[in-house]
Design a protein around this ligand. Structure first.
Ligand code: SF4
Length: 497
């Protein structure tokens, strides 16, 4: 370890600053705690600083929030749960104003509801839809709730300038003059305080290893956890926070990184029961390989339109197909069964929650034409049980209806999916008096692309041939007249003006 500039005088000075900021107003604090070294260091410093205050001055509540994406690595879920319980207990015993809170995404924003329900492709660097839904929004909702209660709040974060230059820039851009606080980059009435902003990585480790954890954890466990990990996934408060892939403190499903070395290392070091998780993650990662995308994803986008990459005939792929979503759900539940069977005693790893299964069923039934009602069947097949499924109203359509409709549509050359969706629109509007919205939805459906990819590609090829012939005719005409070609290109049919 390199030499750290943090000595006891520097720590005492930092604690003095923390106490000063804490006592300077009545705004409650919200500490973002991820379980990683930086947020542990920030929380421990705050704890130590406030312990030196008389009890009568420890009046402002301090919420320690930890975001649980519901797809966190199980080992970390347990670590965070144990730690939050210790913080709560120690704070009570030491008469400190800390309260802990896990923040989770709303069920309709969860990873599985988006990926398996709506068919969102596994997140990548270019389409990282997860952070906002799984981390930023839940934390923001909590902060907004406290702002509604108290008027303003101060977020205490373990951010460090040396870790994220972008984050440091944003903080200095929003810095309030002559104050250690910055304005939150997007939330009104929320402020940010970074007590370890100037710390180096060595400072953080030095502090953690030289000062015992006041809520009863052993900071040396953190060193062990970091031994093979490659970073930490901070509590994410806005889009400037870096991606957390490849960190022990990230999601086990993360495909933003090519390989999950952290999980691989955990398995290598004896946590064999996690192997099925890695296999599932690798399956998701495989769907990102360019040559395989067409196997798993629709050629139509979620809007129902088809678009192509630049001038090529390669469609921009849309959501995962329904068949693949069904396959993923089955594999996920099988993975859950395997992991639960092999997990260490007391580790009740739940990969997908019942509320998510209900939501996926709702989406498949209402938006994705799943008349066969596949979710209850898959759950029964893999888990051997029924959930308390909502019984649908009288106009429910079935798998037999879908088969019959498929035959009729095939005989008449009508896209069956279009008819399915038209009927679903009508079904959803059953009994409504005002039908304007229904007509709009029907219109939208007719505007979508319903032809197969072969027909679309044949049309593009035909257009290209027509353009080539037109170009040749124009060239011939100029040759005959002995004129030069015009400098400006001629507009072709279909070119935008
Ligand atoms: S760890 Fe990966 S999957 Fe999870 S929120 Fe961060 S980028 Fe998304």
């Amino acid at each position: 370890m390199a030499v750290s500039s943090i000595d006891s005088a520097a720590i005492e000075e930092k604690c003095r600053e923390i106490r000063e900021v804490y006592l300077s107003d009545t705004r409650p604090w919200v500490v973002g705690y991820s379980g990683g070294k930086d947020s542990t260091c920030a929380l421990q410093l705050v704890w130590t600083a406030l312990s030196a205050l008389p009890v009568a001055q420890r009046t402002k509540p301090i919420y320690v929030i930890s975001s649980d994406t519901l797809v966190e690595t199980p080992v970390i879920v347990r670590y965070i749960d144990v730690t939050l319980a210790r913080i709560e207990k120690a704070a009570h015993e030491q008469r400190l104003p800390f309260k802990t809170q896990k923040v989770v995404p709303n069920v309709d924003r969860s990873f599985w509801v988006n990926l398996i329900g709506k068919g969102y492709p596994a997140p990548s660097r270019r389409f990282r839809w997860c952070t906002e839904r799984l981390k930023i929004e839940p934390a923001d909702d909590f902060i907004k709730g406290r702002v509604a209660e108290f008027g303003e709040v101060v977020m205490v974060l373990g951010v460090r300038s040396s870790e994220s230059a972008t984050r440091a820039q944003v903080m200095s851009f929003h810095r309030i003059k002559n104050s250690p606080l910055s304005r939150h980059s997007s939330l009104l009435n929320a402020f940010v305080y970074g007590p370890i902003e100037t710390f180096s990585t060595d400072d953080v480790w030095t502090y953690l290893l030289q000062n015992p954890c006041p809520w009863g954890n052993d900071n040396r466990d953190l060193v062990a956890m970091y031994r093979n990990a490659q970073g930490e996934c901070p509590v994410v408060v806005d889009k400037t926070t870096p991606s957390c892939g490849n960190s022990r403190f990230g999601c086990w499903v993360c495909t933003v990184v090519e390989r999950d070395r952290s999980m691989e290392n955990m398995i290598d070091s004896g946590e064999d029961w996690l192997a099925p998780l890695l296999e599932f993650r690798d399956l998701l990662s495989e769907t990102q390989e360019p040559e395989k995308k067409k196997l798993y994803r629709e050629y139509r986008r979620r809007s129902g339109q088809v678009s192509f990459k630049n001038e090529t005939d390669l469609p921009v792929h849309g959501p995962y197909t329904m068949d693949f979503c069904k396959f993923l759900l089955e594999r996920l539940l099988e993975t859950q069964v395997l992991v639960q069977r092999e997990a260490p005693p007391g580790d009740e790893t739940l990969l997908i929650h019942d509320a998510e299964l209900h939501e996926i069923r709702k989406i498949w039934r209402s938006e994705r034409g799943d008349w066969a009602d596949s979710v209850p069947q898959i759950v029964k097949k893999v888990l051997g049980r029924d959930l308390d499924w909502v019984i649908e109203d009288a106009v429910a359509l079935t798998a037999e209806d879908a088969n019959l409709l498929g035959e009729i549509c095939a005989a008449r050359g009508v896209p069956a999916q279009l008819v399915v969706q038209l009927l679903d629109v009508e079904r959803a509007a059953h009994g409504l008096k005002r039908r304007h919205a229904v007509h709009t939805k029907i219109e939208e459906l007719f505007r979508q692309e319903w032809r197969g990819i072969d027909a679309i590609l044949a049309e593009r090829a035909a257009k290209r041939t027509a353009h080539a012939v037109l170009d040749e005719d124009v060239e011939d005409a100029y040759e005959l007249e002995g004129a030069d070609e015009p400098e400006l290109p001629l507009l072709r049919a279909g070119d935008s003006k």
